[in-house]
Design a binder for this molecule. Sequence first.
Ligand code: PGA
Length: 232
Amino acid sequence: MILAGNFKMNHTRASTREYLKKLTSCDLEGLEVFIFPPFTALDRYEGKVVIGAQNGYGARSGSFTGEIGLEQLEEFGINTLLLGHSERRHLLNENQELLSQKFNFYKKANFNIFFCVGETLEVRESGSKELIKAYLKAQLEGIDLEYPNLIIAYEPVWAIGTGKTASLEEIEEVLEYLSTLTSAPLLYGGSVKAQNIASIASLKNCSGVLVGSASWKVDSFCEMVKKVKEIL
Ligand code: PGA
């Protein structure tokens, strides 16, 4: 079972170090735990929690102002990346072509890639399941769905940071669809918290969760660790 925390633009290097110290004192046995801190907090930390980057440009180094590449990630032994998060797609306008370039570059570097997909509220409210499927499929264009280090996170845009979780039925339906496209582990993300993590993680085809806001406090994340362990 995978439990991943996306810090987004929260935490510093100092607070990340404190956080990880506390987190590694929780019993993480049986779980694969990943934390995605901001770039400035990337480092080589002790413990079994895997540190990933929230973004990476598809080049080793070069003239790409504001980005970081393989050279910078390697300095800290990072080999895990989050790509296609809805905030990158929608707030920062990353399109599918750019995302597939990034994917292909880090695939060649053998990274673990958490690739996110998720429909907008408009698409969800259209009520058409076919439209939702087509939207998600388009977000996977140019992505090698057989890549062995791929993890796909289904994160409906309307459920991210809104406190509004997709229903178990909605999640199950999408994971079922995604499972027809790939054998990669499938995660759900979008307002996951201690109260709903166990029922979500128990769903068919669900290999874990990607947690945003509820991961920012280590006590809250440890509580989620406990809840997930109860269903292992
Ligand atoms: P949230 O964010 O848990 O705060 O909804 C999830 C995510 O963005 O990965």
